[in-house]
Design a protein around this ligand. Structure first.
Ligand code: CMC
Length: 392
């Protein structure tokens, strides 16, 4: 028979060829279609980056306008989908609602399920990018007992999301442009990250020919875990638990202790063995936003910075090349915006949707793609005969 390469966690397996995102983990480089993430975060904006990821090049002004119009047209959810929300316990985690609601989309949008039809694929892609903010915002509204707020298509992508999360029918809500810019930047920094666990999940689900909504629901489920997208929630909760800088050494010691399952959340990465370039931008953004809001003395930010400083000087973290990742500073900004920690991972899911979709489209147009089907090293019993129950 065959000899298989044993590669737990796929640390040395390339599962596909891709032209979307490039990471050099030793140097701390992240490029989307060749463009450095730092430049995209500073000069571009989320929907332009979506276009870039989906179609391969930066859009002209006309192409961008057309793309934004198409996305904007699809921001509403089928009214009947509200029944799905209302079926959940009101204290459900918004990620639980998102896995369910996105999976349920395949029951509503029958005209974009045929993966062999390029038009269906295109419509499914636009729908998903357009509706994900509505889906996440409604999961939040439901969890706090407020009425669903419909999308406003006169607002940009990030402002509309803030509007759907924080507006109430009784009062006028004006989106703070500082927060909208920061929100857009968080979306941009999370847009894609090549073959991470949730993206690989989307590709594996899609390899069987599953419909796009089912595949993205699978990706959302995978993202939820604290080793992946759930780390942003876990990180802010950890920073709050630490509370004051004097308690940092205790937590550093716990993170180093192999008999303690505790890890520093927002630290370490499978690919980056250097500072995560997204974390660098996020840290700068946290400083800017908190200063503009006049809350630069935020105790959580101070704990985060001091924790980073101490960890980076520590032999353990140096030897293992553990640096802050994208999740380390994002929660501080989201907290300052007024989001509860349970919304951090849903926001990651909103942003990563374009990455999942771009990778999904690329996979379907790859002539070499086939069903994902890893093998195993069987370590169990050799053949043995059944023993009747009275003789065991
Ligand atoms: N705190 C303490 N020790 C750590 C940490 C950490 N955050 N991360 C890794 N290590 C240690 C780990 O114990 C291991 O030590 P040893 O070799 O002595 O057994 C060594 O570093 C290598 O770790 P690993 O678990 O083999 O590495 P991995 O590539 O399988 O895991 C990771 C990567 C991101 C899951 C891990 O670093 C981690 O659990 N970090 C905390 C969670 C987190 O912040 N996740 C977000 C990742 S970035 C964005 C995203 O995907 O959402």
């Amino acid at each position: 028979g065959h000899v298989f390469t044993y590669d737990p966690g796929f640390t040395s397996t390339a599962s596909c060829q891709s032209t979307i995102t490039y990471i050099d983990g030793d140097e701390g480089v992240l490029l989307h279609r060749g463009y450095p993430i730092e430049q995209l975060a500073e000069k571009s904006h989320y929907l332009e980056v979506c276009y870039l990821l989906l179609y391969g090049d930066l859009p002209t002004a006309e192409q961008l306008e057309d793309f934004e119009n198409r996305v904007t047209k699809h921001t509403m959810l089928h009214e009947q989908m509200q029944y799905f929300y209302r079926g959940f316990r009101r204290d459900s985690h918004p990620m639980a609602i998102m896995v369910g609601v996105v999976g349920a989309m395949s029951a509503f949008y029958h005209d974009s399920l045929d993966i062999n039809d390029p038009w269906h694929r295109e419509v499914a892609s636009i729908r998903m990018i357009a509706k994900m903010p509505t889906i996440a915002a409604w999961a939040y509204k439901y969890s706090i007992g407020q009425p669903f707020i419909y999308p406003r298509n006169d607002l940009d992508y990030a402002s509309n999301f803030l509007h759907m999360c924080f507006a109430v029918p009784a009062e006028e809500y004006v989106v703070n442009p500082i927060l909208a810019r920061a929100m857009d930047r968080i979306f941009t920094l999370h847009a894609d990250h090549e073959q991470n666990a949730s993206t690989s999940t989307v590709r594996l689900a899609s390899s069987s020919g599953a419909n796009p909504f089912a595949c993205i629901a699978a990706g959302i489920a995978c993202l939820w875990g604290p080793a992946h997208g759930g780390a942003n929630q876990a990180c802010l909760e950890m920073l709050r638990e630490i509370g004051t800088p004097d308690r940092i050494p205790e937590y550093i010691e716990r993170a180093k202790d192999k008999n303690d399952p505790f890890r520093l959340m927002g630290f370490g990465h499978r690919v980056y063995k250097n500072y995560d370039p997204r974390a660098k931008v996020m840290k700068q953004s946290a400083d800017e936003v908190l200063e503009l809001l006049g809350i630069e003395n935020n105790p959580t930010l101070q704990v985060a910075k001091e924790l980073e400083r101490i960890a980076l000087q520590d032999d353990y973290f140096q030897e293992k090349k553990l640096f802050p990742n994208v999740d380390f500073y994002s929660g501080i900004i989201l907290d300052a915006m007024g989001f509860p920690t349970s919304m951090f991972t849903p926001i990651f899911a909103v942003a990563r949707t374009v990455g999942w979709i771009s990778q999904w489209k690329e996979q379907l147009s790859d002539p070499e793609h086939k069903i994902g089907r890893p093998r195993q090293l069987y370590m169990g019993h050799p053949r043995r005969d059944y023993v009747d129950i009275e003789n065991r």
